[in-house]
Ligand binder design. Structure first.
Ligand SMILES: NC(=O)c1ccc[n+]([C@@H]2O[C@H](COP(=O)([O-])OP(=O)(O)OC[C@H]3O[C@@H](n4cnc5c(N)ncnc54)[C@H](OP(=O)(O)O)[C@@H]3O)[C@@H](O)[C@H]2O)c1
Length: 426
């Protein structure tokens, strides 16, 4: 039997997918129980010469013809963005095609519509490549951990920001210098906003939270703070305190509510996520039975992501060949989203203060008044350079924000220099 694939897109991921399907055809056939053949490839410019192991006649500029084609069983959407990807996927499903995609932007905003359409059509919609590129995370969470009740997922899911933070940590570079190096080495786009501001990580966080907690979480539900405000001073203090700074995606289930957020966080140096350097990604999962486990690897790159796409294609093809069905949408619960101000974590604060008797008592009073308990505090420097460094116990975000407002109104507090959440300790 032959399962016929129509590709939408032959860019970084699409081209690598075509190559892997060609180079590993025999292994793939063994595992899928059928041959997988690329029968059409839609691109923006079909006349451009491409180094691909397919006959040029397969290339077309008409993506609509691919999703409607009678000769196509599975559509792999590797264009990216929301339109025309969304309309093409919906049309493919309506035409009875199974769909594989790596499109986090689309899934994290329009996921419900797409999964409903797949369910109605009785078709598969697979998306392993959408989170953490070449790192298998969706199938492990959906299938391998079906017997677990995941309580928390912590992820480093954006390679660009992890690369920038690694340069800042290991070479003492400023944020702007590290970003320039990242752009120079191709680890960041010329316009790095989506990565630096945390939009890309928030999309992946929404998908991870949806899969981990079986409820629909969209990108707009995810609290988001990027790394633009992280200073060399923050990173130095973090190092002295035994932490490294990472942009974390955090998804938690607590009392049937889901909290999802992306922000820079201090992670203890002994935590497995602290060892994730350069542009690598990792997803750290916690549950009462499995304890802790971490999935680690290349979070981007055409070839790495194509391994995830091919894995999905093999899964779909095997089901087509055997008449089986993939695990469908697992968002069968309807859990509330916990607002950021009601979430709790530890906090690090750096305050510039007047160096005189009684200041510490005033500062401690502001914390106490709002029910925020201080875990450790010490003073750095004297006179005009006096700084107070504080780490809190686990505290409510809303209470910490009210504490900050109170601190800013104290005459003895010259400046709240930095506030950063601490993760992975409790
Ligand atoms: N690259 C990664 O490392 C990575 C990692 C994880 C996930 N992803 C996801 O994978 C998807 C593809 O990313 P990519 O990096 O491969 O993108 P890309 O290199 O920009 O490739 C996009 C492809 O889509 C084609 N295309 C664009 N508009 C089209 C249209 N209207 N009709 C038909 N074809 C069209 C382009 O044609 P031309 O070739 O003619 O321009 C190109 O072949 C995205 O959803 C991305 O988020 C990528």
């Amino acid at each position: 039997m032959i399962v016929r694939v129509g590709l939408l897109g032959a860019g970084n991921v699409g081209a690598a997918t075509i190559r892997l399907l060609h180079e590993h055809a025999e292994d793939i056939e063994q595992r899928a129980g059928c041959r997988i053949e690329v029968v059409r490839v839609a691109v923006r410019d079909p006349d451009r010469t491409r180094d691909l192991p397919i006959v040029p006649e397969l290339l077309t500029g008409d993506a609509g013809a691919v999703v409607r084609g009678d000769d196509v069983d599975v559509v792999a959407e590797l264009i990216g963005g929301t339109e025309p990807a969304r309309s093409l996927i919906l049309e493919a499903l309506a035409n009875g095609k199974h769909v594989v995609t790596a499109n986090k932007e689309l899934l994290s905003t329009q996921g419900r519509e797409l999964f409903d359409a797949a369910e109605a059509a009785g078709a598969a919609l697979q998306f392993e490549g959408a989170v953490a590129g070449g790192v298998p995370v969706i199938r492990p969470l959906k299938e391998s951990l079906a017997g677990e009740r995941v309580s928390r997922v912590l992820g480093i899911v954006n390679g660009t920001t992890n690369y920038v933070l690694t340069r800042m940590t290991e070479e003492g570079m400023s944020f702007h210098d590290a970003l320039a190096v990242a752009i120079g080495h191709g680890y960041a786009e010329a316009d790095p906003t989506a990565d630096i501001e945390g939009y890309d990580a928030a999309a992946k966080c929404a998908i991870l939270a949806s899969i981990a907690f079986n409820t629909r979480v969209v990108a707009g539900d995810v609290f988001r703070e990027g790394i633009g405000g992280v200073s060399v001073e923050d990173i130095e203090f973090a190092g002295r305190l035994g932490y490294v700074v990472k942009l974390l995606a955090v998804a938690e289930l607590d009392h049937d509510e889901v909290a999802a957020r992306v922000h820079p966080a201090m992670v203890p140096k002994h935590h497995p996520l602290a060892a994730v350097r350069e542009a690598y990604n990792a997803v750290f999962v916690e549950g009462p039975n499995v304890g802790q486990l971490m999935l680690y690897g290349p979070g981007a790159g055409g070839a790495a992501t194509a391994t995830a796409v091919v894995g999905d294609l093999v899964d779909v093809a095997r089901n087509v060949a055997t008449g089986g069905r993939a695990v469908g949408c697992t968002c069968y619960a309807d859990r509330a989203i916990r607002p950021m101000e009601a979430t709790a974590t530890q906090y690090y604060l750096l305050l510039a203060v007047a160096d005189r008797p009684g200041v510490l008592a005033q500062v401690a009073g502001a914390f106490g008044d709002h029910g925020v308990s201080i875990k450790s505090v010490w003073q750095e420097g004297t006179g005009d350079d006096a700084l107070l460094v504080l780490i809190t116990h686990r505290a409510n975000e809303g209470a910490v924000q009210r504490t900050l407002a109170a601190l800013r109104s104290l005459e003895a507090v010259l400046e709240v220099r930095s506030v950063m959440r601490v993760a992975g300790e409790e």
